[in-house]
Design a protein around this ligand. Structure first.
Ligand SMILES: Nc1ncnc2c1ncn2[C@@H]1O[C@H](COP(=O)(O)OP(=O)(O)OP(=O)(O)O)[C@@H](O)[C@H]1O
Ligand SMILES: [Mg+2]
Length: 294
């Protein structure tokens, strides 16, 4: 179980980092084994920042991140390496995860060197073949190729295969479906479904509300760095209570049964206030359904 407890993130911005921008405000979420938690919300709402903090690519300003109860923030190199055996990420642009001058399968060799140096090459290549087949890639057609010789979907699936070699518990997937064509999207989506069945927890960051609805058990809606609504996907998407959630979901009529038959004007929203004060607390309005500021 991965938990974020009251996590805040401020970036230094402006010349010489003289100003601070609070990108994530008092976010508490958890991801259990075998579930997909979607994080949705407008551009700039802090979704990627959450993913980066979980992956320890950026520091946590305040609050803590725990894996199976142990705080994982601000620890040394060995602890971080152990953490990456359990938690890995796949990003929107898979090319950025590869070094173009090396063959793409070097990512697998790097895992062996770092984590399984005692495993013999023949045994390792059998494991690589296995995980590639697990993500429905033909080893013969992807091994030995450079990143530019592979498609975005193939590169993403290879990153997921790398995660499988490590036998991870949590996968952070940030906009991973967005750049894929329709048929590859289905493949990657089905793959995520299989990972879920194997007991993996997935933090699924997306702009795409229909995708979030399709794939996730639970959803978190973010605005201005804070959670405005959260809970079971079915409840949040069919009965959104926060005006921001209602506006967001009104743009996806088929998901939005209650509002689809009204020509509701967008609702007035609170402006972005002081980001350094805690956001309104979440209240449980129904079982497995929380809303901020009610
Ligand atoms: N490295 C950084 N330095 C300074 N500010 C940053 C940095 N990264 C992100 N921000 C700011 O933090 C806020 C949240 O950004 P973030 O990338 O987390 O949003 P997002 O929800 O992922 O948006 P999108 O949907 O466009 O991907 C934005 O205002 C952004 O400009
Ligand atoms: Mg983002």
């Amino acid at each position: 179980m991965l938990e974020l407890r009251n996590v805040w993130k401020s970036y230094r911005v402006g010349t010489l980092g003289s100003k601070r921008l609070t990108a994530v405000r008092d976010v508490s979420i958890d991801i259990a084994p075998g579930e997909v938690l979607s994080v949705v919300g407008e551009s700039g709402s802090g979704k990627t920042t959450i993913g980066k903090m979980v992956l320890q690519l950026t520091s946590v300003t305040r609050g803590s991140i725990l894996l199976d109860g142990a705080d994982v923030t601000a620890r040394g190199h060995a602890a971080r390496k152990a953490y990456y055996r359990r938690v890995q990420g796949v990003f929107q642009d898979p090319f950025s995860s590869y070094n173009p001058i090396f063959k793409a399968d070097r990512i697998f060799e790097a895992v062996r060197e770092s984590y399984f140096p005692a495993v013999k090459r023949a045994e390792w290549s059998a494991r690589v073949d296995d995980v590639l087949q697990g993500v429905r890639l033909d080893p013969g057609s992807v091994l030995g190729k450079y990143p530019h010789q592979l498609s975005g979907g193939q590169l993403q699936r290879m990153l997921i295969a790398r995660a499988l070699l490590l036998d991870i518990q949590v996968l952070v997937a940030d906009e991973i479906i967005s750049m894929l064509d329709a048929s590859t999207r289905i493949d990657v989506l089905n793959l995520l479904g299989e990972l879920k069945e194997r007991g993996l927890g997935v933090l699924f960051i997306t702009h795409d509300l229909s995708l979030a609805n399709y794939i996730s058990e639970r959803v978190v809606i973010m605005r201005h760095g804070a959670v405005v609504e959260a809970g079971a996907t079915g409840k949040v998407f069919t009965d959104p209570r926060h005006p921001y959630s209602r506006n967001l979901l009104a743009s996806v009529p088929q998901l939005h049964r209650k509002w689809s038959d009204s020509d509701a004007e967008p609702e007035a929203l609170e402006p972005d206030g002081d980001r350094d004060v805690p956001p309104p607390p979440l209240t449980e309005v129904d079982e497995h359904h929380w809303v901020a500021g009610v």
